[in-house]
Design a protein around this ligand. Sequence first.
Ligand code: 13P
Length: 341
Amino acid sequence: MTERLEDIAAKMVADAKGILAADESTSTIKKRFDSINLESTEEARRDYREMLFRADDAMKNYISGVILYEETLFQKAADGTPLAELIKAAGSIPGIKVDTGAKPQTFFPGETITEGLDGLGDRFKKYYEAGARFAKWRGVIAIADGLPTWGSIKANSQALARYAALAQANGIVPIVEPEVLMDGAPGTHSIDTCAEVTEWVLRTVFQDLYDARVSLEGMILKPNMVIDGKNARKASVEEVAAKTVKVLKATVPSAVPGIAFLSGGQSSEEATAHLSAMNAGYDLPWGLTYSYGRALQADALEAWGGKKENVAAGQRAFTHRAKMNSLAAAGKWTKEQEKAA
Ligand code: 13P
């Protein structure tokens, strides 16, 4: 029996679990490894990700799905087990990043368009076969003087909609990720500017999803939080939560089963605090959880440091962050629990 998209999507955001974004491209993971002075070889990437996927407590209790980069989906653990099988064995769902990156958009200085649509239908068949049941595509919107432009928002939104339709046609739940950057240059914009741009982007995306005949019940939205730019940070946790919920309620239909945030350059603890404040303080029509990359992995990467003898320490750090975020997805995280660990 084929699984229904709605059931997969519901499972991705149920039970105070969330998604681990471990889909760094080869160039992005190199940057992460540079921070611990580790050379980014295929084996090092395998070892790092195997460490995360073998963190049993975290994977079984707090992680509903893992977004993989293509290399990882087809990679085997040191003992020969496919990494995707490790994820499934923990009761979690393997997913796949399918866009091929944000490239400079012709005639739109300072803006990008995400590529990867050509041949995507055939790629989905291959990914499904390898066990992927959901996918991710990230469109990137930058705020700067005179940006974003309508032309860039519209082009990125239509690409997201075409990707989402192709995913669903192949039995795969699309994570639709339109990211309004918090850490793009110059990063000095206010939280109200972020709210305005995020609302504009999400209204456009849901119109294009409708026009592309995408089933809202069979998708997950992965948005940025409404937050001030990286070089302008001063909004309180309460303000981020209130403004994010306001924009999401105004733009995301309640037919969408779940919203899973990106962390976007927030510190690990900030990303947790913001999520918890939203779940604790508001009545919400969708599941609201995490799909963090950096905010789930930063501590684990540092604790591991690329050394075999630190695998257990890396797994402990990952498990702690995953647990804190699971509490946040239930609206039950406190600073004291952070310290108790
Ligand atoms: P961050 O949480 O590090 O922003 O990564 C999430 C992600 O998948 C970005 O595409």
